[in-house]
Design a protein around this ligand. Structure first.
Ligand code: HEM
Ligand SMILES: [Cu+2]
Length: 549
């Protein structure tokens, strides 16, 4: 084992922890504490956006209800979408990666710890700006996509739109900072022996996500800045005198890759979790890395599949259709590799593994409905209908949220030193799986029947039964999240003590204490494959180590 010298500088914040915990959190530059703050903040956002969803579902439970009026509904649907996408999923994943990636590559911290802290502290600023709208006469009411002319001064004189553009500009700056930091950390601070092709797949996933956000964060900020200039200075970038469709190009050049920013880290987590609980090595490591970059590359060339109905040239549409369908190829490679990994493995159905399988089962439905929607004639019919709402929740909930829960159950012992309760975890999983599919599977039929999305109410009596069922199921889904919160609160104090390596893991985070010391490792194990800890264990047992790359 190579010994690394004791660190010269221990995070000053830790030293001050003797006298004031609050100061520690406010001043820390430790990637682990920053990771926890990201996760804590974004999970609160998840709860708020979930409550908004429940209010919307109550409103839609029967025809012609008036629980909330149309204007309030529009603000709720916009805040729900914006909060889930920008403030929950993306930032929760940033927090998980903040905690885990430096440890996985054997680093002491992120490359730029102070930039990391600044990136985090921009998050409450961004969320605060958006939510200020609610106290300034009404928040954004144009959907999370904020298309002009709905956001123009003419239609929307209030401050809600301005708070939204400012919020997302700050969000993009914070995300770009985090991306530069992740890329530098992974490229420059790897432990001795950790070549690129020995990076754990979760780290590869973080490289791809960071690259994407680095490229598409600026176009998003650009779209927001131009929207704001139109509003404040009467210019015509996106007005009807200008090019409203230009906004959609800019927004979706960000928006589609954003979907992959929200799912690739989950792919990475599943690629760590399935091998550990199948007791097998990942099937096709190199093809997994290649597939990630296939997705990165393609994801930047498909944005106009959100715009099939704006009147693009048919040949342009055909190209976007082909590229969109092509994404199924690298995604399919990953999917088959996960199944091949689990195939004939000694599978342990721990809660993280259940969520991993739950992800496989639900994400495939979102993937397949996505392939249908990629076809121009199909999308022309289904655009703006509940079919799209069902599809996007299969991808975002069945994909991102299930992987996030798999990752939380997997790494919680590392973060806190205690395991989450398996019994509550089992209930959490099954209520979520049933609640989720109950809410969103049958929703496809409403879309096929022509129910439009983003409507505050509807008159069709024959939609009442299905909508009522969906609303009941959405409460089961909310109950599953409640079980999770109870599990965290309970296990943090009373959970089973985890030790360093409760799952018999493969990667370096399990080689250090739970939670790790501020400097992460006293000594970093020698890295000879993408499963360094497994190698160390095999070597200690006198067995031949996993074959090298
Ligand atoms: C807690 C379970 C959830 C429920 C019950 C739920 C419910 C809803 C409802 C009722 C709508 C409005 C549909 C409409 O009027 O067009 C909606 C829209 C949306 N949801 Fe969810 N949702 C949930 C979780 C999520 C998650 C986890 C995400 C993302 C990670 C998400 C992202 C979105 C987006 C992007 C929209 C579209 C907003 C828009 O049209 O501007 N939702 N959801
Ligand atoms: Cu897309």
């Amino acid at each position: 084992m190579a010994t690394v010298a004791q660190p010269q500088v221990i995070d000053e914040a830790y030293e001050r922890s003797l006298w004031s915990p609050i100061t520690v959190w406010l001043t820390t530059t430790d990637h682990k504490l920053i990771g926890i703050m990201y996760m804590f903040t974004s999970f609160l956002a998840f709860l708020v956006a979930g409550i908004f969803a429940l209010i919307m579902r109550v409103q839609l439970a029967q025809p012609n209800l008036n629980v909330v009026d149309a204007e309030t509904y529009n603000q709720l649907v916009s805040a729900h979408g914006t909060t889930m996408i920008f403030f929950f999923v993306t930032l929760f994943l940033t927090g998980m990666a903040n905690y885990i990636v430096p440890i996985m590559v054997g680093a002491r911290d992120m490359a730029f710890p102070r930039v990391n802290a600044l990136g985090f502290w921009l998050v409450p600023v961004s969320i605060g700006l958006y939510y200020s709208g609610f106290f300034a006469g009404g928040a954004l009411n144009a959907g999370w996509t904020g298309y002009p002319p709905l956001t123009s001064k003419h239609f929307n004189p209030g401050l809600g739109v301005d708070f939204w553009t400012l919020s997302l500009i700050v969000w993009a700056i914070s995300g770009i900072m985090a991306s530069v930091n992740f890329l530098t950390t992974i490229l420059a601070l790897r432990a001795p022996g950790m070549t690129l092709l020995r990076l754990p797949l979760f780290v590869w996933a973080q490289i791809s996500t960071s690259l994407l956000l680095l490229i598409v964060g600026a176009p998003l900020a650009g779209a927001m800045i131009l929207t704001e200039i139109d509003r404040q200075f009467g210019t015509n970038f996106f007005t009807s005198a200008g090019r409203p469709v230009l906004y959609q190009h800019l927004f979706w050049f960000f928006g589609h890759p954003e979907v992959y920013i929200m799912i690739l880290p989950g792919f990475g987590m599943i690629s760590e979790i399935i091998p550990v609980f199948s007791r097998k090595r990942i099937f096709g490591y190199e093809s997994m890395v290649l597939a990630i970059f296939g997705i990165v590359f393609l994801s930047m060339g498909v944005w106009a599949h959100h715009m099939y109905t704006v009147g693009l040239n048919i040949y342009v549409e055909t190209m976007f259709m082909a590229l969109t369908a092509a994404i199924a190829v690298p995604t399919g490679i990953k999917f088959f590799n996960w199944m091949a990994t689990a195939w004939q493995g000694a599978i342990e159905f721990t809660t993280p593994m259940k969520f991993a399988f739950g992800f496989l089962a639900t994400f495939v439905i979102g993937g397949i409905t996505g392939v249908y929607l990629s076809a121009v004639p199909v999308d022309t019919q289904l655009h703006q209908s509940y079919y799209v709402v069902a599809h996007l929740h299969y991808v975002l909930f069945g994909g991102s949220v299930f992987t996030i829960f798999a990752g939380i159950y997997y790494w919680f012992p590392k973060w806190t030193g205690r395991l989450l309760n398996e019994r509550l975890g089992n209930w959490n999983f099954w209520t979520m799986l049933v609640g989720f599919n109950g809410t969103f599977l049958i929703m496809h039929t409403l879309g096929l029947d022509g129910m439009p999305r983003r409507i505050a109410t509807y008159a069709r009596e024959d939609w009442a039964g299905v909508n009522f069922f969906i609303t009941v199921m959405s409460f089961l889904l909310a109950f599953s999240v409640l079980l999770f919160v109870i599990n965290v609160l309970y296990s943090r104090k009373h959970g089973v003590i985890a030790g360093n390596d409760p799952w018999d893991g493969n990667t370096l985070e399990w080689a250090t204490t739970s939670p790790p010391e501020p400097y992460n490792f006293e000594r970093v194990p020698e890295v000879r494959s993408f499963m360094p800890l497994r190698d160390a264990k095999l070597a200690a047992a006198g067995s031949p180590t996993a074959s090298d790359h």
